[in-house]
Design a protein around this ligand. Sequence first.
Ligand code: RB5
Length: 142
Amino acid sequence: MRVAIGSDHAGYELKNQLLEWLKTQVDELNDLGTNSEESVDYPDFAHAVAGEVEKGNYDLGILICGTGIGVDMTANKHQGIRSALCWNKEVSKLAKSHNNANVICLPGRFITTETAKEILDTFLNTKFEGGRHNRRINKISC
Ligand code: RB5
């Protein structure tokens, strides 16, 4: 599993707290920034991660901003991306099993590191169910 991760300044602290643990959960992890708490624009990092997943260079993307909303909106502008904003493990399970999300967005200012690990562990270890959900996700693009 090849994973790209990115955040803005509001997600930087949570991203940092997740990096070492994440490296033990996936085959390859590429941190595309940001690299400090200096204020930046979340679309720059969301486009970088979503673009890499869209091109097929990574299997999944992880994005973190304050609410998770801005990075989620940005990632979903990419045709090949199904991005899901997840705040608990139940939602992240459904984001993969029903929506086959290939980018997961976390609200860095509203969840703990432990909750973030639960969410990501669930996301990484859940399989897409296919069947009727395949028909539905094939109707998303416009
Ligand atoms: C940054 O202050 C904040 O607006 C951003 O991290 C995010 O929450 C936007 O959706």
